[in-house]
Design a binder for this molecule. Structure first.
Ligand SMILES: Nc1ncnc2c1ncn2[C@@H]1O[C@H](COP(=O)(O)OP(=O)(O)OP(=O)(O)O)[C@@H](O)[C@H]1O
Ligand SMILES: Cc1ncc(CO)c(N)n1
Length: 264
């Protein structure tokens, strides 16, 4: 059985963060492990509280995992502050972690800050070098590139600019632009577009978390980056199409949609 680790924040309402990741990894029939960087009090309407884990305790959790059940891939989501980022980067280096997907979570779907401002530099300088892939959404890609992104050509410019200083692949997710859901991978000077029809569903809480952990599952199973993204998009689209409608705000995805079918 392939093993996938998620390093992320907890969403008590189960739609995003660690909970979305574990559901995604389990639906891929893989073994899920988690290092919780932060507890959030949130639901479909917003984020109401954040309690960060002590950085030393993040380190202790990582030691427990890497000295025992070594993951085949690692997904990193909400990392909150620079001390937590430092310890994660150190441990990933120490244990030579493979297939690392970094979702540079900065702001929640509902608009709350999930990364302190000073931590943004640490994320770029310390975690990106450990990554095989980073997966910014449009607002995150705007912060990382310093460009305004309002269409596909601006996505391309931003991806090139971000990739210029990084060795890893850059996947800019187009969920926040109008029209189809078009994501762009820029990797070793090549571009790949992943275009899917936009599903009419206001319940998109946790799409980013789900996509990045599904990509980590693809990498864990030995697929290359481009294929891992293609199958992750299929998984995500299915979970959106299933049309679950929970809560009073932007609700979660349905990770049970493929339990009875042949979902890889
Ligand atoms: N309505 C939709 N229909 C189809 N695909 C979508 C839709 N909305 C988002 N996506 C896809 O979901 C994935 C996540 O994209 P998005 O831009 O929403 O990320 P995000 O903002 O990081 O997510 P989150 O809401 O978890 O913070 C991308 O592959 C995107 O194309
Ligand atoms: C814990 C957590 N991670 C990521 C997101 C991004 O959607 C969120 N809302 N909550």
């Amino acid at each position: 059985m392939k093993k996938v680790l998620t390093i992320a924040g907890s969403d008590c309402s189960g739609g995003a963060g660690i909970q979305a990741d574990i559901k995604t990894i389990t639906a891929h029939k893989m073994y899920a492990m988690s290092v919780i960087t932060s507890l959030t009090a949130q639901n479909t309407t917003g984020v109401y509280g954040i309690a960060d884990t002590a950085p030393e305790f993040v380190g202790q959790q990582l030691d427990c995992i890497f000295t025992d059940i070594v993951p085949d891939a690692v997904k990193i989501g909400m990392v909150s502050n620079s001390a937590i980022i430092r310890v994660i980067a150190e441990k990933l280096r120490q244990y030579d972690a493979k297939n690392v997907v970094v979702d540079p979570v900065m702001i929640s779907t509902s608009g709350s800050r999930l990364l302190s401002e000073d931590a943004c530099d640490a994320l770029v300088s310390q975690l990106f070098p450990a990554a095989s892939l980073i997966t910014p959404n449009i607002p995150e890609a705007e912060v990382l590139s310093g460009l305004d992104i309002s269409d596909k050509s601006a996505m391309l410019q931003a991806a090139e600019k971000i990739a210029f200083s990084q060795q890893c692949g850059v996947l800019i997710k187009g969920g926040h632009l109008p029209g189809d859901a078009c994501d762009l991978l820029f990797y070793h000077g090549e571009t790949f577009w992943y275009d899917t029809d936009r599903i009419t569903n206001p319940n998109t809480h946790g799409t980013g978390c789900t996509l990045s952990s599904a990509i980590a599952c693809g990498l864990a199973s030995g697929k290359d980056l481009a294929d891992s993204i293609r199958s992750a998009k299929e998984y995500l689209t299915g979970a959106l199409k299933a049309g679950l409608d929970l809560g009073k705000g932007s609700g979660p995805l349905d990770h049970t949609y493929c339990l009875s079918s042949a979902c890889e």
